[in-house]
Design a protein around this ligand. Structure first.
Ligand code: AHG
Ligand code: MN
Ligand code: MN
Length: 335
């Protein structure tokens, strides 16, 4: 059986086209290695005692799962030694992680959600890893938080690994979106989903409806119209899905279209949204836009937000173009 195009070959050939240095390929290779290790740990699950709570909390006050901590360590260990990164930041670490003094430092910054959807871990439902690569500002050797606070439009690369029935890696460097499936027997991600495109129309939506009493008027209006189906103003029936793993949700949308919403609500006025800008919303927005979709808070394009802090939260509405446009329009009409 001939082996398909590996992800490393794909990136090297893509980098050649734009005359980029090999540094960037190395950053990604280390991240792929980490994701393969996380995939193996997720896959073995209870056999190796990695399920359940770690008994600690992260900076956002969420209980950490053992696999949140393990995945974070795997990302750090796989990426800190190579000499291509100047620093890292993660959902699971309050502060920026500096590259240890014993290693050389490079020109990129890596930001990640080591395990997304981790509430699904103990019930054996898909989870993932999300990452975003930024450039370290010129002349900065030891980056601090402010060096990471770049809008999503400045991302050099974004991707996610999905640990589902198959393990997949989906990524963009700003030249479209490509999907790779892990061939477990070879240990390589192989190109299986070239040039992924989100269909502009959809009849499927994803939202956590238990928050409906906290939603703002434009979101209520939009969802009411979808729920009214063929008898309502849309004149069509819509289907609903909610996995509670953003990675799985975005992957479904990349595959067959859809709209995903974690909108602004008034459940906890101290939080601007549920999802985090730097390592969830921005990388997913880059991927979605590169696949022909749209991503917005309802009021502005997510990738144009100037971040104020590393763990900042934002409302997220993304997916098939026509539906995102409609919901943004409802926000405009509401003023
Ligand atoms: P994480 O596990 O990294 O904290 O992220 C979970 C996120 C996202 O993946 C998902 O869409 C959302 O939280 C689910 O939220 P609810 O539990 O409110 O449905
Ligand atoms: Mn997450
Ligand atoms: Mn997470």
């Amino acid at each position: 059986m001939p082996i398909g195009q590996t992800i490393t070959q794909f990136i090297i050939e893509e980098q050649r086209k734009i005359g980029a240095s090999g540094d960037f390929t190395s950053v990604l290779n280390d991240t792929f290695t980490a994701c393969k290790s996380i995939s193996a740990a997720v896959n073995k699950g209870a056999l190796v005692g990695v399920l359940g709570s770690a008994g600690s909390e992260n900076v956002q006050g969420e209980t950490q799962k053992k696999l949140d901590v393990i995945s974070n360590d795997m990302m750090i260990k796989a990426n800190e030694w190579g000499g291509h990164l100047a620093g890292m930041a993660s959902e699971e670490m309050e502060e920026v992680y500096p590259i240890p003094e014993r290693y050389p430092r490079g020109k990129y910054l890596l930001v990640f959600d080591p395990l997304d959807g981790s509430s699904n871990i103990d019930v054996n439902i898909s989870v993932g890893t999300i990452f975003s690569v930024l450039r370290c500002p010129e002349g900065v050797d030891r980056p601090t938080e402010k060096d990471f606070l770049q809008p999503g439009t400045r991302q050099v690369c974004a991707g996610y690994a999905l640990y589902g029935p198959s393990t997949m890696m989906v990524m963009t460097t700003g030249q479209g979106v490509n999907g790779f499936t892990l061939d477990q027997s070879v240990g390589e991600f192989i190109l299986t989903h070239p040039n992924m495109q989100i269909p502009p129309k959809t009849r499927e939506f994803a939202i956590n409806a238990s928050n409906s009493r906290f939603w703002e008027a434009p979101v209520k209006r939009y969802i009411d119209e979808l729920l009214a189906g063929a008898d309502g103003p849309r004149g069509e029936n819509f289907n609903m899905r909610w996995v509670a793993s953003m990675v799985a949700e975005v992957h479904r949308i990349l595959t067959r279209g859809g709209i995903f919403m974690y909108p602004k609500d008034n459940k906890d006025p101290s939080k601007e949204g549920r999802l985090r800008l730097m390592y969830e919303a921005n990388p997913m927005s880059f991927i979605v836009e590169q696949a022909g979709g749209l991503s917005s808070t309802g009021r502005e394009r997510i990738m144009e937000i100037q971040p104020r802090e590393l763990h900042q939260r934002v409302p997220v509405i993304l997916g098939s173009r026509e539906e995102v446009e409609r919901l943004v329009h409802y926000h405009q009409e509401a003023g």
